[in-house]
Design a protein around this ligand. Structure first.
Ligand code: GCB
Length: 611
């Protein structure tokens, strides 16, 4: 099934989309992780298996209910929901798919007692044609088992630890990555319909000529089989952002397949925020697939026309060198955890624009498609990261999962103009002996799937022992000078940073950007003179970084700065975190700290100087 497409469900004259979001039945798998399987909870209504509570979808389940047992649960949880499928869907001969935007970490899905789907590594969509499993005109049930256990062979890795407690032995989850292991049905669940022969996937790459002609190369895959003698036609209409037709192309399927080139005179390019007065310009490809005897299928794909290039020293968008002003981020907020929430997403993009940023990294996993849509529309450049974080003990099994996740990510995001790089890892132990061959394989794998975008990673290993940089196109590095290294001593930052960045460039002859730096600050804690954890200290540490970045920019290989982090976020419970990681320049509630005003001044002045 992995070769099939994963287009976002969009309604059209030939497609209906039905959301299954809302309240679902929920219960923990207790007393042990296997009880739901032993008692076959997928065979009946979950509420008939024992006591259930109501859980919102989409959301992480951890912080919604005021109960440690749920927040800190290790193992399986079960969800179910009943829903109607209209009889008219059968009469129309619809094909019906069930699609999850993301379930973390691993999921198994039953429809009317039949196992239909399983998925691992969270953060990415998965779907299946469930027409044969549905009861049209009647009530149906969908059951989901979600497992949050992380082991050495999962991505990311974790360990289980047995501890003894007052009431007996207990298994707890440990992990080294620095964000809370939220779990549940994190993104929307959709049922959607297509005709029997349908548009399954679209690949788009873009370019433009010197005289302003935009070029859209497309390749369309269809699903479903044609009857003998049946022919297939495909027409593509390009609409501008006011839904006015620019161009119509008609192709007939032959041996070559459904691919071709569309040219648009005086094309408007997709530009990043503040690099142009109309950033994020999107066209729509209206694709119509017609067959002799079936209903036409129509799918509308948003497309931005732009080019990406890179050299040994620069990253170029539309042939113009771009300097990244951005952040590392998280999908994280009060109550909902990693649950997709339009109000939150809207606020976040408003803050990104307020502050004058033009980019961010989806640290440390792929973000919701709804979030990526905003990036396309607002012209925010995305360093698109896979869920490989803090990897140690490289193995073939891990490599297989890591590349599977990257393949799914690229399939999902390949057509997005906002995606400018693939980040293949964050802070792996790239000095370990197998790191070299491991990352070589990962890099070749990604290049084979998409040669149009550079590969990067956020490296924390020291320069002389790192084995990852050589496999990248662009070097990203994370460094916490005057925080984890010599806290309190901001006087070390400028020289160390300038020195290290120059050495990364000298070692690999590639562009370099800083993927993380920062300091925790507890909002409202003021100390003069500056002292660690105060707002003043965070601001001072930033100022020293800015001084180094300014020197580095004049040296012509340094392509960007991304502060850690956009907002405070929840982590596992540890004594080094006060209610979570506080390196945000916004609080977790998205209110500005002193650092937000400081960063805003810099990003706007950089934008005015550079764009
Ligand atoms: C890092 C990690 C990030 C952490 C950050 C920190 O290097 O990539 O996940 O949150 O440091 O604040 O320690």
């Amino acid at each position: 099934a992995s070769s099939a497409g994963i287009l976002y469900p969009r309604e059209s004259e030939s497609r209906e989309v039905k959301s299954l979001d809302g309240m679902w039945n929920f219960r923990l798998s207790l007393p042990d992780s296997l009880v739901g399987f032993k008692e076959r909870w997928y065979m009946k209504d979950l509420s008939k298996t024992g006591p259930v509570i109501q859980m919102p979808v989409p959301s992480s389940y951890n912080d919604v209910i005021v109960d440690k047992k749920i927040r800190d649960h290790v193992g399986l949880v079960w969800y179910d929901k009943s829903f109607f499928v209209p009889e008219s869907w059968r009469q129309q001969g619809y094909r019906v798919c069930l699609r999850f935007g993301s379930v973390n970490y691993a999921a198994q899905v039953w429809v009317n007692t039949h196992l239909v789907l399983s998925h691992e590594i969270g953060h990415l969509p998965f779907q299946r044609d469930i027409t044969a499993n549905l009861k049209f005109g009647r009530l149906n049930r969908i059951t989901v088992a979600v497992d949050n256990v992380l082991l050495q062979t999962t991505v990311p890795q974790g360990s289980l630890q047995n501890i003894s407690t007052n009431t007996g032995p207990k298994t707890i989850q440990t992990y080294t990555f620095d964000f809370f292991n939220y779990a549940g049905i994190h993104r929307s669940v959709f049922l959607y319909t297509t005709p029997i022969v349908y548009i399954d996937d679209v690949d788009v790459t873009t370019n433009y000529t010197e005289d302003g002609v935009g070029i859209i190369n497309y390749n369309i895959q269809y699903g479903g089989s044609l009857s003998s003698g049946e022919t297939l036609n495909c027409s593509i209409t390009v609409l501008n952002n006011e839904n006015v037709r620019e161009k119509i192309t008609v192709i007939t399927n032959d041996e070559e397949g459904l691919s071709g080139v569309i040219k648009i005179e005086n094309a408007k390019l997709w530009w990043p925020y503040l690099m142009h007065e109309e950033p994020g310009y999107m066209y729509t490809l209206e694709i119509r697939l017609s067959t002799t005897w079936n209903v036409d299928d129509v799918y509308r794909l948003p497309v931005g026309i732009r080019t990406i290039k890179w050299t040994n020293t620069a990253f170029l968008i539309n042939n113009k060198p771009a300097y990244l002003r951005g952040f590392g981020r998280h999908e994280d907020s009060d109550i909902r955890g990693k649950g997709m929430d339009y109000a939150l997403v809207t606020r976040d993009y408003d803050l990104i624009k307020w502050i004058g940023a033009n980019s961010y990294r989806t640290s440390h996993y792929p973000y919701a498609e709804e979030i990526m849509d905003f990036a396309d529309k607002h012209g925010i450049m995305i360093v698109d990261e896979c869920p490989s974080v803090d990897t140690v003990n490289f193995s073939d099994k891990l490599l297989k999962k890591h590349t599977t996740s990257l393949a799914e990510l690229i399939k999902r995001d390949k057509n997005r103009p906002s995606v400018i790089m693939w980040s293949i890892a964050n802070e792996p132990r790239s000095d370990q002996k197998d790191a070299d061959s491991y990352f070589k394989s990962v890099a070749i794998f990604v290049k084979n799937l998409d040669g149009s975008r550079p590969i990067t990673a956020a490296i924390a290993t020291q320069l002389d022992t790192d084995q990852l940089g050589q496999h990248l196109d662009i070097i990203g590095f994370n460094r916490y000078n005057a925080w984890y290294t010599l806290p309190g001593h901001t006087e070390i930052i400028k020289s160390r940073l300038e020195d290290e960045a120059a050495k990364w460039h000298a070692k690999h002859n590639k562009p370099v950007f800083m993927t993380e730096y920062g300091a925790d600050s507890y909002a409202g804690l003021h100390m003069g003179p500056s002292f660690v954890w105060s707002e003043e200290y965070q601001v001072e540490l930033m100022s020293e970084h800015f001084r180094a970045f300014d020197t580095l920019r004049s040296k012509n290989f340094f392509i960007g700065e991304m502060i850690w982090n956009f907002a405070d976020f929840k982590t596992e419970q540890t004594v080094t975190r006060v209610g979570g990681n506080k390196k945000g320049i916004f609080t977790r509630q998205r209110e500005p700290k002193s650092s937000a005003y400081h960063l805003r001044k810099r990003y706007w002045s950089l934008a005015n100087r550079l764009d």
